[in-house]
Design a binder for this molecule. Structure first.
Ligand code: ADP
Ligand code: MG
Length: 454
């Protein structure tokens, strides 16, 4: 290594560490780590990144600051430039946290044409921790990403918030694009789809709107629950959907509800959605949470005592997003005060979050667990059906909502398809009565309660 390269490498080390301290570990891993300093000439530092998306992002957010920090290091330096160099030809040693190669000059960047939304470089298969609750959804996603022909259409991913739906969709997109940049993969939220469609309607160019989707090979629409109940958008979605399916294009959809539980969704659309593969992501288990924490800690490159990770896996149970947030807070705090991460410090830093997690059981969760337990649909919790087979579980759910949440009777009634508070009161009494006379029933209710308090 020449003296000059060595000097530049050392400067880069200091400059990037300086910025790392400013922007935090997550942003560092996503944006700075994949950078390679190519040359410093005439006071200009030239840095390559693997994708065009990264270049745009870095140029918009970090270049100026990098220039300033570097200028402090070395007064000769007065500018930093970022350009795209696909990963294949870039240095190999930094590959582990980087998004897969995207041949940006060939047209595949983080965006999918004009309609698509950018992809998060961290949301790749390599960074997805697989466990019992998500193994099916993961396998189905991989299958779609790796297949040469459409294996099932659509792939419908569903699961509660923060459980990895978007992560899996981006991972599919990254994977397909890196394998075959010619394939046109478009990822967007259902909200954006709706917004674009409404705008097209207003500007009288729905033809253009449709044209945009004509050349799409893989269409991914995230959070499709947003368009349920919005009739004209739904209609348009249905047509786009059918046209693409008929042409053998792959569709991937995510939602926080199963197709049958999407309220206000038309029957024919539901049955079309049900035609493909429906893969649900279940709530996390302790094992999965611990696995995710270990993986994230490793990626962050910080030493965290096993006891702390176990504690977090026990306490932060809502979803993965919250778990990640908690871990980041603990790490950031330790770095800020310059102390080792300990159990006490963790409890301290997270006390508000821990308190919230202790008492939060939502009516939605109760409805979901009770419906699953009695093998009825979640929508039956809101429906007007009075058959004993659904009415009884509904009463149990109302009862548990009264016992386990702080919601008032009218609030609970509203959550059950707009029922009156007297109906809830009646349900509570009825369940109490049944518990006294039917020990099997009492056990069921107790089991559900314990599970929810879990
Ligand atoms: P959703 O779209 O289902 O609401 P996301 O895909 O946005 O959830 O996930 C929330 C956060 O949790 C993201 O940062 C994601 O990377 C992370 N995450 C979720 N599941 C996993 C997993 N199995 N392994 C690693 N990270 C995960
Ligand atoms: Mg999402």
């Amino acid at each position: 290594m020449s003296k000059e390269t060595e000097r530049v490498d050392e400067q880069w080390e200091r400059v990037s560490n300086h910025l790392r301290a400013e922007i935090g570990e997550a942003a560092y891993q996503s944006w700075l780590k994949p950078m390679t300093v190519r040359e410093v000439r005439d006071g200009r530092v030239r840095i390559s990144v693997p994708t065009r998306f990264m270049r745009d992002w870095v140029a918009a957010h970090y270049v100026e600051r990098l220039g300033a920090i570097w200028g402090d290091e070395d007064p000769d330096v007065h500018a930093v430039e970022v350009f795209v160099q696909p990963e294949r030809s870039a240095a190999r040693e930094k590959t582990e946290t980087r998004a897969p190669a995207v041949k940006s000059e060939a047209g595949g960047n983080g965006y999918g044409g004009e309609i698509g939304a950018p992809l998060d470089p961290r949301f790749v298969f390599d960074q997805f921790v697989v466990g019992k609750p998500n193994e099916f959804a993961y396998a189905a996603s991989r299958r779609v990403a790796e297949a040469d022909t459409v294996p099932f259409n659509p792939l419908f991913l569903y699961g509660g918030v923060g459980l990895g739906k978007t992560h899996l969709m981006h991972a599919i997109a990254w994977h397909i694009r890196s394998r075959d940049p010619a394939r046109n993969v478009v990822y967007l939220s259902a909200e954006k789809f709706m917004y674009c469609f409404i705008r097209a309607l207003r500007e009288h160019n729905t033809v253009d709107f449709k044209d945009q989707f004509r050349s799409v090979d893989v269409l991914m629409i995230d959070d499709v629950q947003f368009i349920s109940g919005k009739d004209s958008t739904q209609e348009e979605f249905f047509h786009t959907f059918n046209a693409l399916v008929d042409q053998g294009r792959q569709i991937v959809i995510s939602s926080d509800k199963s197709p049958s539980d999407l309220e206000g969704m038309e029957e024919r659309l539901i049955s079309r959605l049900n035609c493909g593969l429906v893969a649900d992501i279940h709530s996390t288990t302790y094992e999965l949470r611990l696995g995710i924490l270990q993986s994230k800690a490793e990626r962050l490159g910080v030493q965290i005592p096993g006891k702390v990770l176990e504690f977090l896996a026990h306490k932060i149970t809502a979803n993965v997003r919250e778990l990640e947030g908690a871990l980041n807070r603990v790490v950031a705090h330790a770095q800020l005060v310059g102390r080792e991460i300990s159990l006490e410090a963790t409890q301290d830093v997270l006390h508000d979050l821990l308190r919230a997690n202790d008492r939060r059981i939502t009516i939605d969760e109760i409805q979901k667990s009770v419906a699953a337990h009695f093998n009825i649909r979640i929508s039956d919790m809101h429906s007007a059906r009075r058959a004993r087979s659904v009415a009884r579980p509904r009463q149990v759910a109302m009862y548990l909502a009264k016992q386990l949440t702080t919601r008032s009777l009218p609030e609970i009634g509203r959550k059950f398809g707009g029922r009156d508070h007297t109906t809830v009161m009646h349900a509570v009494r009825k369940v109490d009565e049944l518990r006294e006379h039917d020990s099997g029933f009492a056990e069921d209710v107790e089991l559900l309660r314990r599970m929810l308090e879990g």
